[in-house]
Design a protein around this ligand. Structure first.
Ligand code: GDP
Ligand code: MG
Length: 175
């Protein structure tokens, strides 16, 4: 039994791959056709964040939250950390992460740990680079975090993103 139970959130613009990341992480599969998340999905998974140390994540994946104040306050309440996701092929979604971070800190606390995630890395070969990775890294580091590029499609670095977030949450608590 794990001694840590952590509520973690998936945040970021619509269609950047939040649902796909959690599906990849938990079920190790990918679905190409778009399915809008309705309401909130809560999925649970144990993460070994360091050898022999396990935390149980309850991962909250929400759709259309900005329209519903009530759902939003429930969503953020008691959150231990968040993956703040954008779509590497759409600049607008990167710009929006700044607004997201303001909202996350407002509702979940100034010091909530997060990991900045640039998703859909598999598309960069075709699309070309839209978001400079040094610039994204600098933004994350200036905000006290780190930057990881993932692909929910190939699975690349998806586990790393969740494990790194878990580590940062635990470290922030035991300091
Ligand atoms: P959400 O609205 O943030 O939950 O985004 P979804 O997970 O629903 O994904 C939106 C669309 O992007 C879907 O069509 C997914 O199949 C696609 N998608 C998500 N992640 C990736 C990825 O890493 N690579 C590619 N090529 N497509 C992705
Ligand atoms: Mg979704």
């Amino acid at each position: 039994m794990s001694s840590f139970k952590l509520k973690v959130l998936l945040t970021g613009a619509a269609a950047c791959g939040k649902t796909s990341l959690v599906q990849r992480f938990i079920k190790n599969h990918f679905q190409a056709n778009y399915k809008l998340t309705v309401g909130v999905d809560i999925l649970t998974k144990d993460v070994e964040f360091q050898p022999g140390e396990v935390a149980t994540l309850s991962i909250w994946d929400i759709g259309g939250q900005q329209r519903f104040e009530f759902i939003r306050s429930t969503f953020y309440k008691g959150a231990a950390g968040t993956l703040l996701v954008f779509d590497l092929t759409r600049e607008q979604t990167y710009t929006e992460t700044k607004k997201w971070l303001t909202e996350i800190r407002q509702f979940a606390g100034e010091n909530i740990p997060f990991v900045l995630v640039g998703n859909k890395a598999d598309l960069l070969e075709d699309v070309g680079r839209v978001i400079d990775s040094d610039e994204a890294r600098k933004f994350a580091e200036d905000e006290g975090s780190i930057y990881i590029e993932t692909s929910a499609k190939t699975g690349n670095h998806v586990d790393d993103a969740f494990t790194e977030l878990t580590r940062r949450i635990i470290n922030s608590r035991t300091k």
